[in-house]
Design a protein around this ligand. Sequence first.
Ligand code: 0X9
Ligand code: ZN
Ligand code: ZN
Length: 420
Amino acid sequence: MKLLILVLAIFLAIASASKVTRYDNFKVFKIRTENVEQLRMIEKLAADSENFNLWHSSNKEVHIMVSPQKLIHLQNYTRSYNLPLEVMVSNVQSRIDAEKSTKSTDDLSFGWTRYYPLSSIEEFLDDILANHPLVTSEINIGTSYEGRKIRGIKISYKSGNPGIFIESNIHAREWITSATATWLINELLTSEDEDVMNLAQNYDWYIVPVLNVDGFVYTHETDRMWRKTRQPVEGSSCIGADPNRNYNSHWMESNGASSNPCDETYAGPVAFSEPEVKALADYVTSIKDRINIMLAFHSYSQVLLSPYGWTQEPPTNHDDLIAVAKAYSDAVKALPYNTTYTYGSTADVMYYASGATNDWAYSEQGIELSYTVEFRDTGRYGFILPPVQIIPHCEDTLAGLVALVKSADELGYLKIKYED
Ligand code: 0X9
Ligand code: ZN
Ligand code: ZN
């Protein structure tokens, strides 16, 4: 009998450990809304998180994922408001399967033809540190809720450089962000292109490819569409907070952050409740004089978002923020991929959102050029960007960065603020 119970217990443990969330016949719809009332109406559906999930929302359109069970409900609902439904993804699970099964020659080595798990990204960082010991050093910003190390890399060819900080994959499901961050690291260290060598040698780069390590592992092992952290919330059965609402800058001040633990934009019980966010904030605070530009990598929408997210009031250097974003956008547009990036202040072009990285860096750390960069695409594949697009997208990003830094320099934003 004891043996039977033991066998049963082991079986149950294995069964629950391998419980992967499936999205068979889940669809994503694009709904163009005409006003905020309609937008709020659609957003309300997402409270039923078993059946709905908001992929994107702006003042123009909403992308919402729906389970096969609630498809009719969504159809009736939108019909009653006269809102046409456009299919964006017809079966989310087949997109997830396609993303995984890509035939790839670099299963063992890092080659950006597929998305890699955290362990591979860490090996990549180890290799980079071993192969470029004179110009790289490890950044260890802290530990996640589940006890994982949050690692990054500093690239510095000489002393006296202005600095650029890149925060990436704070949202777990936005895999293209860490793919891009790692590609950039490699490019900065190996490219022979003159513009790229100039970027590498004349600026200090601080890059954290995966900030939300727990959430990232969870998207690889359990639920591809997870966004938040993985820290349980006291008094709730829902897990995690939106780390990009958790910074201590006008925390919970706009209606773009939620106090409901079950919402995707739950701001956490207090600012900096999430250890990953606190770790990044403490690290940046300790070197803030060395940082001239802060970039937070996200997906998707192809837009550069400047402060603020919590108010439509423009910051003092709004015009410069826009000019620098335009330089990025123009440079990307000039590449053969013809990718269009728009730009504007967060509250203007996207939606209200408080407690985000870029506002915190701007307002609380005095980093005057601070952006959220929303990567590819604009709503064909959304978060599940096909692996064949990784390298083209990375090339877009590098061209954008070259132009962004050049423009920032011309406008006087890259003077050193520290003494060695
Ligand atoms: O909502 C977010 O956190 C970001 N979009 S995402 O789809 N990647 O989740 C936008 C954040 C905008 N930045 C500020 N609020 N400052
Ligand atoms: Zn305030
Ligand atoms: Zn994001």
